[in-house]
Design a protein. Structure first.
Length: 234
């Protein structure tokens, strides 16, 4: 039986269909979920996709973090269900206090869109088991408010507990403290990152590589990792 991965659509989501496609390519069954529902429809894992939920009014992800379905998301995450927040979804996870820290306006004040190199720091989470620790991957990045911030004490704790999952390489595109691109919770089932793995899962549509233009599929391992994880504990 295929792993069922719920992808939640919020008003202003724009990468939900891409996330669904990534799940399907990885061998899972994507399940479209609606922000106004309280039903997770029996899914095995959840993705909060990128976009501009509620127009990014107030703070990015702040209004979406109070959507009806987030009651169920928080409960599921706290019970151990794998949850991935991508870009706007990462912002929601910090606003919902499922992840620490926050995201603020890029330090250069502009929206940025580029293929970004990341270093994989943690392969023990539910979403990173198919990566090799210390390896570099390339996936697209697109954000205007992607600067990760936290207190020095929080940053030291995240570092000390190995909860920095990805770090920017070569260039810090948004001023994130300590080059942090993604983090996890203590349990390792909740992961948030600013870059977009769902845009690097299919040859012909990903970042350029040394092999061919648009051939990069480094993002696919996020989705195969969670499928393998859920099958292992089923």
């Amino acid at each position: 039986m295929a792993t069922r991965v719920g992808v939640i659509t919020f008003p202003g989501s724009l990468d939900d269909r891409d996330a669904q496609r990534a799940v399907r390519i990885a061998g899972g069954e994507p399940v479209a979920l609606w922000h106004g529902s309280h039903d997770l429809e029996g899914v095995d894992a959840l993705i909060l996709p990128g976009g501009f939920s509620y127009g990014d009014y107030l703070r990015c992800g702040a209004i979406a973090s109070l959507s009806p379905i987030m009651t169920e998301v928080i409960a599921a995450a706290n019970s151990g269900m794998p949850v991935l927040g991508i870009c706007n979804g990462f912002q929601m996870l910090t606003e919902a206090h499922l992840l620490e820290g926050g995201l603020i306006r890029n330090d250069h004040g502009s929206f940025i869109c580029r293929d970004q190199v990341l270093r994989v720091e943690n392969t023990t989470t539910d979403w990173t088991g198919d990566f090799e620790a210390g390896s570099n991957i390339t996936i697209p990045l697109k954000n205007g408010e992607g600067g990760f911030i936290a207190s020095d004490d929080t940053l030291d704790r995240l570092e000390g507990e190995g909860r920095v999952v990805f770090r920017y390489v070569d260039v810090n595109p948004n001023g994130s403290l300590r080059d942090i691109a993604g983090i996890t919770n203590e349990r390792g089932n909740v992961v948030g990152l600013m870059p977009h793995p769902e845009h690097a899962v299919e040859p012909g549509f990903g970042p350029d590589t040394d092999v061919a233009m648009r051939s990069g599929v480094d993002g696919l391992a996020f989705f195969t990792s969670v499928i393998q994880r859920t099958l292992a504990i089923a």
